[in-house]
Design a protein around this ligand. Structure first.
Ligand SMILES: NC(=O)c1ccc[n+]([C@@H]2O[C@H](COP(=O)([O-])OP(=O)(O)OC[C@H]3O[C@@H](n4cnc5c(N)ncnc54)[C@H](O)[C@@H]3O)[C@@H](O)[C@H]2O)c1
Length: 327
């Protein structure tokens, strides 16, 4: 098993990468690269992590950073990640999610180092009509512009991994719906905490949908295991147990119960609304020795508890003018 010391972690001011930095700052020397866009907060910066500002879609700038840092692995968390915004305008999604991933892959190939691409269950599409959960060999069939860009990046990186011309040491993780501390309040659970604590009605999409709810600590641990133990060219589903699958309305009601008040109002579904993501992560258990540690109830309780204890974070995130950066 290879060992790594200097990591380049992109998107470290965002939700999942900041958790990764909290968990692994003592195991690795981490340099973060983030352009402080949507989903980011300066206050998410983890002490001990080097903080560089750059757009990974800017190939020249990225090259100068890589030459200086000389990482021995890259983990790409950076992405435009909000489905609703991708429905409105997907141009920046192509730039960050595809061009950015492509530039990182070229740097990884130049140095001959491993790259972990943090992808999503959304590339599989919608399991609403499926009679079995997705495995890594299930066809990908993304249904919204965000997940199309994530799938496009995966396909390019997989080709770089397979082709004799490129030889990219790539490992791809497909994570389930993740919740936990420092998630931007455009996403359901932090939005629900904000609404219920501020006497605002929570807007719930009308058509019932279900998700596998994974704690962000578990997601970060799955990605770290993929870095260390993932087979070159492999894809891994990173999902909690099937018991952690639940209807969104049930989870939002649970959030309301913990807070002790609040109203839910049904609204029109978002465009391209996927009703179910359903993944089997037994390959990650077998090959990476990874399984999720949190139960669904622990995940929801710990998440809501964090937002209640860190009201200032939620306040700052809600008051950011363009959805990210300074706060
Ligand atoms: N949140 C989930 O439920 C979930 C589930 C599965 C996979 N993922 C994947 O995990 C990764 C992280 O998701 P998240 O929820 O933490 O997102 P996030 O929106 O909280 O954070 C993304 C970060 O990437 C940065 N970024 C975006 N484009 C960039 C660019 N061009 N250059 C530099 N920095 C850039 C942003 O500024 C932000 O800090 C994404 O790749 C996403 O597709 C997320």
């Amino acid at each position: 098993m290879a060992s790594y010391n200097r990591l380049l972690v992109t998107g470290h001011l965002g939700f999942i990468a900041s958790t990764f930095c909290h968990r692994y700052k003592d195991n690795y020397q981490i340099t973060g690269v983030d352009f402080a866009g949507w989903g980011s907060m300066e206050r998410n910066l983890v002490p001990g992590v080097r903080d560089l500002r750059a757009d990974i879609a800017d190939g020249e700038k990225l090259r100068s950073i890589i030459v200086e840092v000389r990482p021995d692995a890259i983990i790409n968390f950076a992405a435009e990640s909000h489905v609703d915004r991708s429905n409105e305008d997907d141009s920046c999604f192509w730039r960050s999610n595809v061009m950015g991933a492509r530039n990182l892959a070229h740097e990884a190939m130049r140095l001959g180092i491993r790259m972990v691409q943090v992808s999503t269950d959304e590339v599989y599409g919608d399991a609403h009509a499926s009679n079995a959960p997705w495995t890594e060999t299930s066809p990908i069939n993304p249904k919204n512009p965000y997940s199309v860009t994530k799938a496009a990046a995966e396909m390019l990186l997989a080709v770089y991994g397979r082709s004799e011309r490129h030889h990219l040491d790539i490992v791809i993780t497909r994570g389930a719906n993740t919740i936990g501390p420092r998630q931007f309040p455009e996403k359901a659970v932090p939005k629900a905490v904000w609404c219920f604590t501020h006497d605002i009605e929570f807007p719930l999409f009308r058509t019932p949908a279900r998700r596998m709810w994974m704690h962000v600590d578990d997601h970060a641990a799955g990605i770290e295991a993929a870095l260390r133990k993932g087979n070159k060219g492999a894809v891994y589903n990173i999902a909690p147990s099937f018991d952690s699958e639940e209807m969104t309305v049930t989870v939002i009601r649970r959030v309301r119960d913990i807070i002790g008040k609040g109203t839910i109002r049904e609204v029109q579904d978002r465009a391209n609304y996927d009703l179910r993501y359903w993944m089997d992560s037994s390959k990650a258990k077998r090959e990476l020795g990874w399984t999720a540690k949190y139960t669904l109830d622990e995940t929801v309780k710990a998440t809501v508890g964090w937002y209640l204890e860190n009201g200032g974070w939620l306040e700052a995130a809600n008051n950011l003018p363009a959805g990210g950066g300074k706060g």
